[in-house]
Design a binder for this molecule. Sequence first.
Ligand SMILES: Cc1ncc(C[n+]2csc(CCOP(=O)(O)OP(=O)(O)O)c2C)c(N)n1
Ligand SMILES: [Mg+2]
Length: 600
Amino acid sequence: MPAARFHASSKLSHTRNEPMTERMTGAQALVRALEHVGVDTVFGIPGGAILPAYDPLYDSAKIRHVLVRHEQGAGHAAEGYAQATGKVGVCMATSGPGATNLVTAIADAYMDSVPIVAITGQVASPMIGTDAFQEADIVGITMPITKHNFLVTDPADIPRTIAEAFHVALTGRPGPVLVDIAKDALQATMTFSWPPTLQLPGYRPVTRPHSKQIREAAKLIVEARRPVLYVGGGVHKARASDELRRLAELTGIPVTTTLMARGTFPDSHPQHVGMPGMHGNVAAVASLQRSDLIVALGTRFDDRVTGQLSSFAPHAKIVHADIDPAEISKNRHADVPIVGDCREVIGDLIGAVEHEHAEGRTGDYTDWWTQLNGYKNTYALGYDDFGDDSTAPQFVLERLSELVGPEAIYVAGVGQHQMWASQFIRYERPGSFVNSGGAGTMGFAVPAAMGAKMGSPESTVWAIDGDGCFQMTNQELATCALEGVPIKIAVINNGNLGMVRQWQTLFYDKRYSNTDLQAVRRIPDFVKLAEAYGCVGLRCERPEDVDATIKKAMEINDVPVVVDFVVHQDAMVWPMVAAGTSNDDIKIARDMAPVWDAEE
Ligand SMILES: Cc1ncc(C[n+]2csc(CCOP(=O)(O)OP(=O)(O)O)c2C)c(N)n1
Ligand SMILES: [Mg+2]
């Protein structure tokens, strides 16, 4: 690929930058380059190797540095910021342990295709490879979990590398990019010029889909009897939810939204059949399983969706559209592979289907809808109360959804509460549910909610966290309180590592090895903990207090609020497809399967 000119008119910057040169240190060049690519917020913690960069950062009028309490928090905050803004999130750390503390968040961003740039200080270049103090080969460590990474030892390379990192993070399939800069490169002087010329040979993501494939897909759509749109996180990342809706309404095809796509198609839409997968609802799982044509858009046939791959959707032809050619036919063979940006793909599909309709070819999905509506009505999501005065966790989520509404951004941790947040909150807007899907990273919620709130200060941001997850990253409450980031956190406190306990209930004969967090002893007491961090702490122990507690939390907008919702420990996430089994064996409760044959 010829070297591309980096244009300020790209997504990376708002104004056209005139070429300019100036002598400065590598550190100053780093800060200047970050300003030029449009960075306004950086989450990080300083230390020896990155210290030279923190000095000019102190003077930047354009960049707000947010001092977090743990680098993992910086990484997830960058992810939350990226998801709320559509821009690149930025985190910064020193060498060695600072950099390795970012690793979990970088892996998380890689799995969920979140555009972040991580900037790390490295020991001075003559020391690299000597086991110098705080040396870690972070480029080596993050090689398999970054879209691309760089080690910079020449100060002259800093501006170009930053421009390249932002370009790579945001274009094509988004993802994390790491820039590791040796301390001596930050300290040395160089000649800064902007804009730089990108040197990314071979990097040219295909965004325009092939018209022959599009025509073929449209033909299959009108011929199919049981088609389904299987929508993944890529559709929102391509900002294609409007196009998706047009395609869905034009064709009349049912839509399933994966965990990463919740909100991309409104839950209230009659064509929405729900979330597929391990904890998806029966209609959505059946829509894929019984389908004769799956149109997969920006999604990757993840094992949590397909269940046992060999028995997944056995009668379906597959149209698979993705910006990343490596995803296509990775898990399931695609009959019609389409490489391209989902917005362009869906836009072109609309045109091609309209052409089919104009020629008098339309799909008839009446029987299919009868079947799916049967599943929808018979197997609507529900839950049991325990018949005592305890609170069902699902009830808390239901009430949150009702009282807070679809305009808020909900950010979940990982576990049962995450699945209930996906199932029982109604999402109507793309991007309104942020969570850790591919990696399943406990500790994601608090810092990601902080980043989301900083990216979208007008939005109400609710973190839905587990009592286990919350204890992994709640130190960022200090950051939120001090930086004035009034997020709200609903801790769904079941006193257990609930999702693991659920598997122990089902598959390990109720032998609860190391999942009891001993909630009765209140160590820690989440209300006191919140107060210690300068937040408001509330507790809700009875179902009749849920509404009033949520309303109270909604009235507090100047400081972060933590609500300790004490819920029953034995609540389970249903439906469930046990790991490694077929989607056909979905259970709606323990030992209870849908009665397929009766409806068919
Ligand atoms: C960092 C990390 N460690 C371990 C796990 C395995 N794991 C998945 S869910 C879960 C329990 C989470 O407990 P909690 O936050 O209380 O959520 P709950 O399931 O109870 O709602 C664990 C330990 C994980 N996903 N991430
Ligand atoms: Mg728990």
